[in-house]
Structure formats: C-alpha cells, structure tokens
Design a protein around this ligand. Sequence first.
Ligand code: 5RP
Length: 222
Amino acid sequence: MSKQPLSPQETAKKHAAEAAIPFIEKGSIVGVGTGSTVNYFIDALAAIKFDLEGAVSSSDESTRRLKALGIPVYDLNGVPEISVYVDGADEINRHLQMIKGGGGALTREKIVAAVAKRFICIADKSKFTKQLGDFPLPIEVIPMARSYVARELVKLGGDPVYREGFVTDNGNIILDVHHLDILKPIAFEEILNNITGVVTNGLFAARPADIALLSDGSSIET
Ligand code: 5RP
C-alpha cells in the first residue's frame, strides 16, 4: 500500500524536526520531548543513532519509540549533563516562552528542560503567537486537589476544564485552563506554581527555549 502524502502542517512539523538533527553533538545523550513533532525527530534520530550515546526521554511514549529504534534510554538521575533537549510546543512567542503539555507530558518535559544546556523548540509555524493563552494552559494536578485547584484557577480568571479519561505518566490529572490573559508569563508561571496541589503548569517562561526552529514546510525561521 502506498503511503498517504503528509498534510502541509505535518510536512512543516517533519521539516522542523529534521532541522534539529545538526544540533545534536556526537557521543552525547540527547533530551527528547513528546508529541507528534517530536515523533518525527525520533524517526530522524534513527539515521544518527550510532553517533549517539543515547537519550533521556520525557514520556513513556517517547521512550517506547526510542527503544523501538534501538536507541538506549537513560534514567535522568544517572545523567549529569544534557547538552541539547529537543521538544515541540503548543504555542511559542517571540521571547521563546511557550505553552506546553497538550500531550500531558509537561512535568517530565520541564524537568529535562531544566537540566539541558540548550532547549531547541521544533514546531510548525502555526504555533507562533504574539500573546500566549489562546491554547488552553495544561496544569498537572494531584488528583485529590482537583476541585481546590480549579477554584483557585477561576479566581485567577481562568476557565479550567478537567481532561476526562487522562492520567499522566506520573499518575496525576490535567486541568486545561481556557480564557487566560497571560500578559506576564514569568510572573504568572510562578503564581500557578504556588497553588497547593499543582505539580507543574504548562507555561515554560522562566526557562524558555534557547532556539526555535519554526517551519512552514519549506523554510525554517529561527
Ligand atoms: C506534550 C507537549 C508537546 O510538545 C506539545 O503538545 C506539542 O505537540 P505536537 O508536536 O503534537 O503539536 O508539550 O506534552
């Protein structure tokens, strides 16, 4: 059976993902994010897998895909340094601050990003925005705190929606917060972190990306 051609958006994701390959250092352990764009990146890693020591992964799904290609996946606790972390985004602004967590892997993504020297964001150009917040902000929450955290989010002007039937790799739930006016992303990220019961919020502002590779399918904007 012949393969269906990729849609323009999928072509752009694949193009952005492949553009990250030259940033990977020989013999290094690469940090790998989660999502459909990262899946193209994992596929592209196959071609250089013998030049890699291995990977640290941000989700069970990415781990499964990496291992299926024969790429060793290490526990972050045993890895002192990650030179490059590659991940997608749901939204990214001109300061390279992002909303992430559409796939629910935000906590592990934030941890690997914190360790990495360089965070390379790969995305199709539609993810670029002037102001973060059109995409509902994912927040990972300890299950018993769900209602309390939701009430606190309403006080902050948001409209939290429980992601039905979804459990994170860490055993927690996700609230997707709609209608937020995120004017000061760094300050707002901290406010959200201070709500008891919040594990991680999907604002990646205090630690933004270092490089963004945004593709329209034929050219890359950095
Ligand atoms: C997963 C993420 C992803 O990076 C984000 O959702 C973008 O995904 P995609 O590449 O499928 O558009 O944060 O938790």
